[in-house]
Design a protein around this ligand. Structure first.
Ligand SMILES: Nc1ncnc2c1ncn2[C@@H]1O[C@H](COP(=O)(O)OP(=O)(O)OP(=O)(O)O)[C@@H](O)[C@H]1O
Length: 375
């Protein structure tokens, strides 16, 4: 999902891609028209300000349930099935990572769940409520940060933004003052609380965006690249705060990110999409332990350019580092591939100076699962 930088409303404020704000809805409507969907203008999110933020009643333990979702764009001559018969449930109080290469269908899936794109088939329930039949009730406890960090009112201070977004979520800002103060402290924003957002750095703005999403006490939040542009310390703080909200307040988070380390650290479960389908749905541990991948790093002065280029032809996932004499190569492959590699090196009479095996990480598993599956 790509951030749309520099979008502005006529009043000079940034375009808001969040739910819960009227400008967000107009952005959604604009998108909808582009998509040929939802042109009826009945977006449930327009009405948030008048909504009472009562707790949801569903006790199934399932926050989001998607069944048989399908969305195709285009006509018969040229069409793409962006989401292809996708089904999954997300447990209340968990963080689920949504991964996929560019064009996999992640944005279309999330927008379909949020009612910003109307799917051709399938159903979505949030806390047991069908989003297409009873959108207002279904989205009463949902918020989202889509397409980057441009979500806040830059002329308002940080604290005023939190109060504003709480208000349009139907919450009296005074009743959640404690929550706001905690968010400001946890996210390192307390010192800047009374500073207009436009005067903050990009990373700080990103943190304000996240705080604004969480300001109204939503039970289910969708976050697109929440750590983009943050320094390592801020990213870790944000991840810790998300885990705390999930564990202490049963927040449910759907997080889409290209940062595999963030997903590996923070998510209870990972959905991997490719060409519109869910091709993996498991915990990070299960994905890592279920893989037959091995990463091996070999250093040798016998690894000359000719041998290295033969290996590059055979192994897609090879990285090569020239040494003063010879090369250091790192290859990620399955057991058969490893056997082939070692047999090849033996046949070429390569003596191995240094061999190091590396545990595969989520990125290795992701690349392995999605390689060669382009549309
Ligand atoms: N409005 C649209 N009209 C036509 N095709 C579309 C539209 N929106 C998405 N698509 C196509 O649907 C497919 C899935 O796109 P989508 O944006 O959902 O993928 P993504 O996983 O979010 O990608 P990225 O990571 O690059 O943002 C792509 O082939 C894309 O070109």
């Amino acid at each position: 999902m790509t951030a749309r930088e520099n979008e502005r409303q006529p009043n000079g404020e940034p375009v808001d891609h969040r739910l819960g704000d009227r400008s967000a809805v107009s952005a959604a409507d604009q998108l909808s028209l582009d998509d040929g969907t939802r042109s009826e203008g009945t977006d449930p999110l327009l009405d948030r300000a008048s909504r009472v933020n009562t707790p949801s009643t569903d006790d199934s333990g399932i926050a989001v349930s998607v069944t048989g979702l399908r969305k195709r764009f285009g006509d018969r001559t040229e069409s793409v099935t962006a989401v292809d018969d996708v089904s999954f449930d997300i447990e209340t109080g968990s963080i689920v990572g949504l991964l996929g290469p560019n064009g996999a269908g992640k944005t279309t899936l999330i927008k379909s769940i949020l009612g910003m794109v109307l799917p051709d088939e399938g159903s979505v329930r949030i806390n047991g409520v069908d989003v297409y039949e009873r959108p207002r009730d279904a989205y009463a406890h949902v918020d989202a940060m889509l397409e980057g960090a441009r979500n806040d009112y830059w002329r308002l201070t940080v604290r005023e933004n939190l109060r504003y977004f709480a208000t349009i979520s139907g919450v009296d800002p005074d009743s959640v003052r404690g929550r706001h103060e905690r968010l400001l402290t946890q996210l390192g924003l307390a010192e800047k609380a009374d500073v207009p957002v436009r005067e903050l750095s990009r990373g700080m703005k990103q943190k304000v965006s996240l705080a604004s999403v969480l300001a109204g006490g939503a039970e289910v939040v969708f976050l697109d690249e929440p750590t983009l542009g943050l320094d390592i310390e801020s990213s870790r703080t944000l991840q810790r705060e998300l885990r705390r909200l999930v564990e202490e307040e049963a927040l449910t988070v759907v997080l889409s990110s290209h940062d595999m380390d963030v997903v590996e650290t923070v998510c209870d479960r990972v959905l991997i999409m490719s060409t519109g389908e869910i091709i993996a749905d498991d915990t990070v541990d299960a994905l890592l332990s279920g893989t037959d991948l091995h990463s091996i790093e070999i250093t040798s002065r016998d690894l000359d350019s000719a041998i290295v280029s033969t290996l590059e032809e055979r192994f897609e996932t090879i990285s090569v580092e020239p040494r003063e004499r010879g090369h250091r190569i790192t290859v990620t492959t399955d057991s058969d591939g490893l056997y082939t590699l070692l047999a090849h090196l033996r046949a070429e009479d390569v003596s191995l100076e240094r061999v190091r095996t590396i545990e595969p990480d989520l990125e290795d598993v992701f690349v392995d699962l999605t390689a060669g599956r382009d549309r």
